[in-house]
Design a protein around this ligand. Structure first.
Ligand SMILES: [Zn+2]
Ligand SMILES: [Zn+2]
Ligand SMILES: [Zn+2]
Ligand SMILES: [Zn+2]
Length: 373
């Protein structure tokens, strides 16, 4: 006796932990093996002839005359397991194997957006990215594939930004002070009329530039998950400890890595803006571990190292930026962000550098990275 797997009365039901839907070719996750576990059974699929007279399924199927749920007006057939899988595989495996490179599909740490494959036939001719889509669904990638998902180049990049700021004794030095006539100047000079006060001013300007760029995109209503998140870490020889001492880059970068792991969001790029006035050894091991972890997730870190103060150079800050950049793909588009080391000589340099970084984040199109294939 034939066991009928889909009754046609329920749109959706669960078998062996899998949620199944009627006639939804290729989109449900019933694996052939699970299906076999049922023993003899049949499936329901849309009729490919649309009428009983033309429906010639032989001994592999039977036209259904009643209306069956999920688009009841489209006629359906009972079909054999064999025919069902022939159709599914034919559809699925004759198609192009290129995937949409949007990080929204990255499965790491629970992105809910499934992978999206090119809708065209395998070895199709590459489409012109500016040509019109027949069905107006999805987009054509720069390399000529058609995906049914949202065009990633229209996404506005969103970030998790971590400021890692040296707060050691030397940051009290008054050789650098907040710039007068800038916002929050009067508040800052009460307690921070020194190097760290200037840094706070630069951070303030940075935030202001990010807020302005969000407002400039008012036509895109951003949900809470599509907004930047910000953290700041103050360090000297310890993190979050105001005792004046030396400078530990190791603890600082370790803390930043910890925050990124704990608050990981596949919709956000991770940016670290690391500022110091002094030199300190490079925490090589720790730094490589953090860069590697994030590269593996498909989200290499963007590290902005900033030297501020009297020192004219910092080998360690420069080297940390180079190491972080080495974990990025080499074939990125010219507009992509890059890890960098910058020496800021004075207050004006520092504030304008932070504003420039904010500006570069605004122009960044995360998903325009070229995919290696
Ligand atoms: Zn039929
Ligand atoms: Zn089956
Ligand atoms: Zn394709
Ligand atoms: Zn996509």
């Amino acid at each position: 006796m034939i066991q009928t797997e889909f009754t046609g009365e329920d749109n959706e039901f669960v078998y062996a932990g899998h949620r199944l839907r009627i006639g939804d070719h290729g989109t449900f996750v019933l694996c052939n093996l699970h299906c076999r576990e049922l023993g003899r059974h049949c499936h329901i699929d849309y009729c490919q002839s649309e009428s009983e007279e033309n429906c010639k399924l032989g001994n592999q199927g039977q036209h259904i005359n009643e209306k069956v749920q999920l688009n009841p007006d489209r006629s359906k057939d009972f079909i054999s397991h064999k025919l069902f899988w022939e159709r599914t595989e034919q559809q699925e495996f004759s198609k192009c194997d290129y995937e949409c490179s949007d990080k929204m599909h990255n499965k790491f740490q629970g992105s809910s957006t499934p992978k999206s494959f090119c809708e065209l036939q395998l070895f199709h001719a590459h489409l012109n990215p500016s040509s019109n889509l027949l069905n107006n669904i999805g987009y054509i990638s720069l390399d000529g594939h058609h995906f049914n998902c949202e065009n990633p180049s229209t996404h506005k990049a969103v970030y998790y930004i971590i400021f890692v700021l040296n707060h050691s004794g030397s940051m009290d030095n008054r050789d650098k002070k907040p710039i007068p006539n800038f916002p929050i100047y009067n508040k800052l000079i009460k307690n921070y009329n020194n190097r760290i006060g200037t840094v706070y001013q630069a951070v303030y300007q940075f935030m202001d530039a990010r807020i302005n760029s969000a407002q400039a995109n008012q036509n895109q209503i951003l949900s809470a998950t599509r907004r930047d998140s910000i953290s700041s870490i103050l360090f000297d020889h310890e993190v979050f400890n105001f005792a004046r001492g030396g400078t530990s880059y190791e603890l600082a970068i370790q803390k930043a890595g910890f925050l990124i792991t704990n608050y990981f969001d596949p919709k956000k790029e991770n940016i670290i803006i690391f500022l110091s006035d002094g030199s300190c050894g490079i925490p090589l091991n720790q730094h490589h571990i953090i860069c590697k972890q994030n590269e593996t997730k498909g989200f290499p870190l963007y590290l902005y190292m900033v030297l501020f103060g009297r020192n004219s150079h910092s080998h360690s800050l420069e080297e940390m930026a180079k190491i972080a950049q080495s974990y990025h793909p080499t074939n990125t588009s010219s507009g992509a962000l890059r890890c960098q080391f910058t020496r800021t000589m004075n207050e004006v340099n520092l504030v304008s550098h932070f504003t420039n970084v904010a500006e570069s984040l605004r122009n960044h199109k995360p998903a325009l990275l070229k995919k290696i294939k």
